[in-house]
Design a protein around this ligand. Structure first.
Ligand SMILES: O=C(O)c1ccccc1NCC(=O)[C@H](O)[C@H](O)COP(=O)(O)O
Length: 230
């Protein structure tokens, strides 16, 4: 069972999260799209580079792309060359042309497409993406703004399971996962990987957060143990 942990803010935190068991770490670089002032997890271009440098070869490093402007994603790939580019924008998604463009910039990169799971038609959407992306992440729509991800809530896990069974590429299940519910969700969905942001954070009164390393450790241990039982 692959474990992805999002919301990494600096190199030391990244190393602590890896030591606690994460296989993939997720970073939110500047998006130049109106999110940079509202998302507390956005880190500067310099910090993104420092995290990527400090963790090279220790885990898979994932950058999230939230902008509807394709050029923002292309610039991110060209500048940082992460192991994985995670496309999670409201109105921009992978297409065969987008994938070809990204691969021309970095032939080694893996492309992870997000789906905000909400209805049975997402099964067909997943089948479509599976024809040209490397991985899928099944996430929750944020009830406040409709954005995909970082919602801290779950969604219909029967749909996740149906998507896992419908495609032949790796699928990461996300949305409201933490140490307490990850084993149950793995048992229900049989994913290749699981992901956590909110449920492994220590949140401060002003809304800022850091990773809670003990929660990350428990999340990784519980996920791996549940994966062994599949
Ligand atoms: O990590 C971010 O900064 C982020 C911001 C906006 C949308 C998604 C984001 N992260 C993507 C992830 O993969 C999250 O871990 C995933 O959405 C799950 O989040 P949560 O429900 O809070 O565990």
């Amino acid at each position: 069972m692959i474990v992805q942990v999002y919301g990494i803010l600096d190199p030391d935190e990244a190393l602590a999260v890896i030591a606690a068991g994460a296989d993939y770490i997720g970073i939110c670089p500047p998006q130049y799209a109106g999110y940079d002032d509202t998302l507390t997890e956005v880190v500067s271009e310099e910090t993104t580079s420092a995290i990527l440098q400090a963790t090279k070869g220790l885990c898979k490093r994932v950058l999230i792309a939230l902008s509807d402007d394709p050029q923002v994603t292309y610039n991110m790939v060209e500048r940082h060359h992460p192991d994985v580019i995670h496309i999670s924008a409201p109105n921009f998604a992978a297409t065969p042309e987008v994938v070809a463009h990204i691969r021309a910039l970095d032939p080694a990169i893996k492309i992870l497409q997000a789906i905000a799971v909400g209805s049975a038609k997402d099964i067909e959407t997943a089948r479509h993406y599976a024809g040209f992306v490397d991985m899928l992440i099944l996430d929750s729509a944020n009830p406040d703004d409709g954005m995909i991800g970082a919602a801290g809530v779950g969604h219909d896990r029967a749909l996740d399971r149906a998507i896992v069974e419908a495609v032949d590429i790796p699928v990461i299940v996300a949305g409201g996962l933490g140490p307490d519910n990850v084993a149950q969700v793995i048992a229900e969905t049989h994913p290749w990987g699981v992901d956590s942001l909110t449920g492994t954070n220590k949140i401060f009164p002003d809304g800022s957060f850091v990773k809670d390393i003990e929660l990350v450790r428990a999340f990784c241990q519980n996920a791996k143990a549940a994966g062994q039982k599949l």
